[in-house]
Each structure stands twice: as structure tokens, then as C-alpha cells.
Design a protein around this ligand. Structure first.
Ligand SMILES: CC(C)(COP(=O)(O)OP(=O)(O)OC[C@H]1O[C@@H](n2cnc3c(N)ncnc32)[C@H](O)[C@@H]1OP(=O)(O)O)[C@@H](O)C(=O)NCCC(=O)NCCSC(=O)CCC(=O)O
Ligand SMILES: NC(=[NH2+])NCCC[C@H](N)C(=O)O
Length: 358
């Protein structure tokens, strides 16, 4: 069975293996054992409410209970830019017009901003290659929206994701080569790694403060602005299906797009329903396609758990769970759980009785 739970101490080795396999460019998950250990500690402090709410870093592990192994990770950073400055470029238009000369030139420009300050970020989505199938990526990404909605007071109303931008197999980024490298005498992979481990003051010290006129950059750099890395296309597709849209900001190093949504508009949030658990000793048909499965969350802050069950388990006011599923979710008969479709598309497989509130 695959289950989402808070990231724990014992996940360090699995996390390190996944980060190493992912290669460079996943800013928040560099293959640095000490940093990953610090992230686990921060996640534990956040779930146990041992840190300031704004400093919360909620990291979720996807555990394969048969392998007893962490096979994926995803995260929520409660607020960005409060401890350290958070940068983006805003893609704007500057118009130079002269009625006298009959000239009207629109020039795309990049302006350095801190517009996402004090906003919640979803981040660090990574699934082990062996488990990229059967809707596991969807579970890993979407479980976060159930958590965000159930514990809204910990987060901002709007959430965003910075998507990984274009770089090649050698870690070269066309935007970095044309822009960043002119101001920082280091490679893109090193600059990215330094921001990932939290050494960010060099950005403030070295980044150009004046707007950048895009026609002055080479075509190779212009064309990657707002584009994602090939490996990140599925992550973007999943967010778009949840209602996230490009907000006009891009990453200052590789030009990857920033997408955002208001929590109340996110599809998983809108389509969730609550049901009481009914434990039933009936074998569960596990081989059900993603379209016919629903996510079930135990709604616990500290011991958050999510797994999937076939939509046929749901009745108008209960959800029947076999004992082994109830056990991994840490729920008992009568507990209230939250359900949402795993995959978008097709009719919602959750039946609400007439007159019953969701
Ligand atoms: C992102 C995940 C976890 C996604 O898992 P899977 O690859 O198993 O996903 P999937 O179910 O196969 O695909 C999800 C959806 O994307 C579609 N899809 C697949 N390949 C595509 C492509 N090349 N272009 C456009 N869409 C594509 C699928 O059809 C499906 O949509 P339908 O359902 O419509 O069929 C994984 O690919 C991964 O670990 N990638 C490497 C790490 C990475 O780049 N992470 C994101 C960094 S950016 C980040 O972390 C911030 C964002 C965040 O935290 O969410
Ligand atoms: N791909 C990168 N490492 N970009 C650097 C900046 C990342 C992020 N916006 C910050 O200010 O922390």
C-alpha cells in the first residue's frame, strides 16, 4: 500500500538516493545529506508545532508499506521571504511611443520583484523513478491541497509553485548563460545549489537591479523564459489541472514559470467531501485505475495520512475501509475522513445524497 505521512528521521537514506538520482536543478532538494537532515528536523518541528507558524516546512513522504521505503516527497513552505528575501522577475511590457514620429514600440522587460513575500509555496515534489506510474505522482502532489484546506490558518489564502526551468543534461541554463552569469562568476548549477542550501545573500548583493530589456538577450535565452524543464512537465500539468495559472513571474536564474491559485479555488479542495469511517472486513480491489480511485485523508495535523481507495467504497454518508487501510490511516469506525478524486477528468465518482451537505 502507498501512504502519505510526515517525513521522518528514518527517511534520510531514501531521500538522499532520490535527490542524487534527480540530478541538478531541483533547487529545494539538493543531494546534500546535512541539508536533507535539517529539512527532516524542520518538518518534524513543523508537524509538532515546535516552530513559529510562518517558519513551517511541511514535508510529506510517500511510503511503500510493502517495501518499507520512502519512494517520494512533496512539501509546503508556510511563508516565503520573511527570514530571507525571496526574488522573482516580473515579465512586464514597457512601451516607448512617439505620436510625432508615429512610433509605438512594446518591449518585454524583466523587473526584479519580491512579490511572493509572505505567501505559501508548494515545493519539493519528487517521485522515485520506480514508482512513476498508476497515479502515484497525483497522490504526492494533491495530498497537499487537503492539508492546506484543513489547516488554512497556517497558510496564506494564495499558494504558488516555482517550476523548474530549462537546463540541459550538463546543467547549462540558456537564461543563466545570457544573464545571471554576467553578474555572478559561477555556473548555474552552483548558483542553484547555493540558493538551495540557503546561502542566498549573494543574490541581493550581485543581482542587477535595473529592468532587463528582453530584445537585448539572445534568442536562446528569450525562448526559455516561462518554460519548464522536460522532467517538470508532468508536475506543471498536475497543477494546471487543479486550477493553477501562470502569474507573470519567473525564476531569476533559469526563467521557470511561477504558477498560483487561491486555496478555495483548487480543484481537490472544491471536490472534497467528508465521510464517517465504517470498518468492513471485505477484501479491497486494489488494481483499480487512477480514474476510479479517491484519496482519503485522516485530517490529522500532526499525524497526517493519506492513501487511496476505490470510489466504490463510498456511500452517501460513510466510507467503508478494510482494517488494514484503517490501520495505515490511523482511523477507527466513526472517525471523519476527507475524500477527493485522485485524478481529474470524467464524472466525479463521489455520490452525495440529495439534500446532504458536503
Ligand atoms: C513530478 C512527478 C512527481 C510526477 O509524477 P509522474 O511522472 O508519475 O506523473 P504522471 O502521472 O505520469 O503525469 C502527471 C500528468 O502529467 C502529464 N504528462 C506527463 N508527461 C508530460 C509531458 N511531457 N508534457 C505534458 N504533460 C505530461 C500526464 O499525462 C499526467 O496528466 P493527466 O493526469 O492529465 O494524464 C515526477 O515526474 C517527478 O518526480 N519528476 C522529477 C522531479 C521534478 O521535476 N519535480 C518538479 C519540480 S518543481 C516543484 O517541485 C514545484 C511544484 C510542486 O511542488 O508541485
Ligand atoms: N533556480 C534558483 N535557484 N533560483 C534562485 C531564486 C529562488 C527563489 N526565488 C528565492 O529567492 O529563493
Amino acid at each position: 500500500m502507498l501512504v502519505i505521512r510526515p517525513l521522518q528521521e528514518r527517511d534520510l537514506d531514501d531521500l538522499m538516493t532520490m535527490a542524487e538520482a534527480a540530478g541538478k536543478g531541483l533547487t529545494t532538494l539538493p543531494a546534500d545529506r546535512e541539508l536533507l537532515q535539517r529539512k527532516i528536523d524542520m518538518a518534524q518541528a513543523s508537524f509538532n508545532q515546535r516552530c513559529e507558524p510562518e517558519a513551517g516546512l511541511f514535508l510529506f513522504a510517500l511510503e511503500d508499506t510493502e517495501l518499507n521505503q520512502c519512494v517520494g516527497i512533496s512539501g509546503i513552505q508556510a511563508r516565503v521571504g520573511l527570514d530571507e528575501v525571496f526574488y522573482n522577475y516580473r515579465l512586464s511590457t514597457t512601451v516607448n511611443a512617439s505620436r510625432e514620429l508615429g512610433v509605438h514600440v512594446q518591449t518585454p522587460t524583466l523587473h526584479l520583484t519580491n512579490d511572493m513575500t509572505d505567501t505559501t509555496e508548494i515545493c519539493s515534489l519528487l517521485l522515485s523513478g520506480s514508482h512513476r506510474q498508476g497515479g502515484n505522482g497525483l497522490l504526492l502532489s494533491r495530498c497537499r491541497f487537503m492539508f492546506l484546506d484543513d489547516f488554512r490558518r497556517h497558510f496564506s489564502e494564495k499558494v504558488f509553485a516555482e517550476m523548474r526551468g530549462v537546463s540541459d543534461a550538463q546543467g547549462q541554463s540558456p537564461l543563466w548563460d545570457a544573464l545571471g552569469s554576467r553578474f555572478f562568476d559561477i555556473e548555474f548549477s552552483e548558483a542553484d545549489y547555493l540558493t538551495g542550501i540557503g546561502s542566498k545573500s549573494f543574490i541581493a548583493e550581485l543581482m542587477p537591479k535595473y529592468p532587463i530589456y528582453l530584445p537585448l538577450l539572445p534568442e536562446s535565452a528569450r525562448e526559455v523564459i516561462g518554460q519548464v524543464h522536460d522532467n517538470t512537465a508532468p508536475a506543471l500539468r498536475m497543477l494546471q489541472a487543479e486550477g493553477f495559472n501562470f502569474n507573470g513571474l519567473v525564476d531569476i536564474f533559469d526563467g521557470g514559470p511561477v504558477v498560483e491559485a487561491f486555496i478555495h479555488n483548487i480543484r481537490t479542495v472544491r471536490e472534497s467531501v467528508n465521510r464517517h469511517v465504517l470498518i468492513r472486513h471485505k477484501p479491497l480491489e486494489l488494481d483499480v485505475p487512477a480514474e476510479e480511485r479517491v484519496m482519503v485523508s485522516n485530517r490529522s495535523f500532526r499525524d497526517f495520512r493519506v492513501t487511496t481507495v476505490p470510489a466504490t467504497c463510498i456511500s452517501p454518508d460513510t466510507v467503508s475501509l478494510p482494517p488494514e487501510v484503517a490501520e495505515v490511516l490511523e482511523v477507527e469506525s466513526g472517525d471523519l475522513v476527507r475524500l477527493a478524486p485522485l485524478k481529474d477528468g470524467g464524472p466525479l465518482p463521489i455520490h452525495t445524497a440529495p439534500g446532504q451537505s458536503r
